[in-house]
Design a protein around this ligand. Structure first.
Ligand code: C2E
Ligand code: CA
Ligand code: CA
Length: 434
């Protein structure tokens, strides 16, 4: 399994476990377990010992967990433990203590005695977070707290570093004060080598922390409902940008990300229509990107909203395709035009035969369903060439351009070979590309 699939499988299991705990009226605990100074262990004893240690470390943890508890290795030296249906945080503390104790005994590997001490961050659902993504973030915050305090474990509390309540409050103000900034990432048509449009990506200009990336605040916005004003802000900023920089010849697309909550927000299509009227947006300009899991959460309501958007001349793209389990046959019943292959399959596809196969078969399948395909996460020329050979329609990624402040896009278009080669066929000689 690829790393992306591991992570997705873990997320899916976590979503199921939180739903089951919810039904049982209980809490669920997520424990993130890191091996302290694992790099040093690798450097001291060698990678083979390190690999063996990871195996044995996992086995030890498994040995003290209950059958219903889940153990997954989610990163290099990081494990996630989920304890379903617990009564209170006391149970999570007990489990964390047991895990620490079971690791006191040294590991004997290749005749060497190796000590592997854990650091554990604990967060509870629904006490600390109401979505799997937010829960993972809280557990990470707790883990960070434990590491910096050099304690064996820590339970999340809102005073640790960035509390979600604090983020929520500040984000609310940022939306009101206009402290959000629109970034745009160009997309290119692989047949013509010409820029075909941009995706809008929001950033937060924080007074103390500087430019904050969306992964740090979108989950909080989704949890708190702030995602609606935030998305309306992005939508307006994006359409305004189109109105002010209408490229000669037109035919450009501007994509905006919609969370599940936006898709199910009553009257969302009217809000989009109003924004399009204000900025005089031509039909066919705006694309809304929605993930497959958001669409499939309530297929009937999705169908209604997406049909309303379709009637406005708004195209719909399936974002992050490949990270969920929905079938394209199901998704195709919705009025979608485009599929975006998730970057986790694209970034390593020139070295990973499985990822390349996934990319190729997704492109073929999408074409059979009459969809156009964009690959995201294109980081080098080899990937771009491989995708072109596979018949992929559009590409987006650092190789073409990093996300740019929207105000810099016109200059980028004038200076970049992707912009300058707008009229000629074939991809530009990207020795010149950024
Ligand atoms: P996404 O929609 O999948 O956006 C693509 C993300 O991939 C962006 O991260 C972009 O910077 C990154 N990326 C682009 N090219 C490459 C590449 O070649 N390699 C790698 N490794 N990454 C690449 P960003 O801007 O941090 O956005 C993260 C996520 O935040 C987005 O993922 C999207 O889900 C969400 N997001 C961003 N802006 C908005 C918004 O206005 N509204 C909503 N609801 N979500 C947003
Ligand atoms: Ca997107
Ligand atoms: Ca995406």
């Amino acid at each position: 399994m690829t790393t992306a699939r591991h992570r997705q499988a873990f997320f899916d299991a976590l979503a199921e476990a939180t739903a089951a705990s919810e039904r049982a009226g209980r809490s669920l605990a997520l424990l993130l377990v890191d091996i302290r100074r694992f790099r040093e262990i690798n450097a001291t004893y060698g990678y083979e010992v390190g690999d063996e240690l990871l195996e044995r470390f996992g086995e030890r943890l498994r040995g003290v967990l209950r059958e219903a508890d889940q153990l997954t290795r989610i990163g290099g030296d990081q494990f996630a433990v989920t304890l379903p249906a617990i009564m209170n945080s006391g149970h999570a503390v007990l489990a964390a203590t047991k895990l620490v104790e079971c690791l006191e005994e040294l590991f004997l590997i290749d005749g060497m005695h190796v000590k592997a001490q854990p650091t554990i961050g604990v967060a509870l659902y629904p006490d600390h977070a109401r979505t799997p993504t937010a829960l993972l973030q809280r557990a990470e915050a707790a883990l960070f707290h434990a590491k910096s305090g050099r304690t064996a474990y820590a339970i999340y509390d809102s005073g640790q570093g960035v509390s979600s309540v604090k983020i929520e409050h500040e984000l609310h103000q940022a939306i009101e004060n206009g402290d959000l900034t629109l970034y745009c990432q160009p997309q290119v048509d692989l047949r013509s080598g010409r820029v075909s449009g941009v995706e809008s990506l929001v950033r937060w200009q924080h007074p103390a922390d500087g430019l904050v990336l969306p992964d740090h605040f979108i989950p909080v916005a989704e949890d708190s409902g702030l995602i609606i004003p935030l998305t309306l802000w992005t939508l307006n900023a994006a359409l305004r940008h189109c109105a002010e920089h209408k490229p000669a010849g037109g035919g450009w697309s501007m994509a905006v990300n919609f969370s599940a909550r936006c898709l199910y927000y009553p009257g969302v299509a009217e809000l989009v229509e109003r924004a399009m009227k204000i900025w005089d947006t031509a039909p066919g300009t705006l694309t809304v990107e929605v993930t497959e899991s958001a669409m499939m959460a309530d297929p009937e309501q999705s169908l209604r909203t997406l049909e309303e958007l379709d009637a406005l001349g708004v195209a719909v793209a399936i974002d992050d395709f490949g990270t969920g389990y929905s079938s394209l046959a199901c998704l195709k019943r919705l009025p979608v035009k485009e599929l975006k292959i998730d970057k986790s399959f694209i970034m390593g596809m020139v070295h990973d035969a499985d990822d390349a196969t996934i990319a190729r078969s997704t492109i073929d399948l999408a074409h059979n369903f009459g969809l156009v395909v964009t690959a995201e996460g294109v980081e080098n020329r080899e990937t771009l060439d491989a995708l072109t050979a596979m018949g992929c329609d559009y590409a987006q990624g650092y190789y073409v351009s990093w996300p740019l402040p929207a105000a810099d896009v016109p200059r980028w278009l004038r200076e970049s070979p992707w912009g300058r080669f707008a009229q000629s066929a074939g991809s530009p000689d990207t020795t010149e590309a950024p």
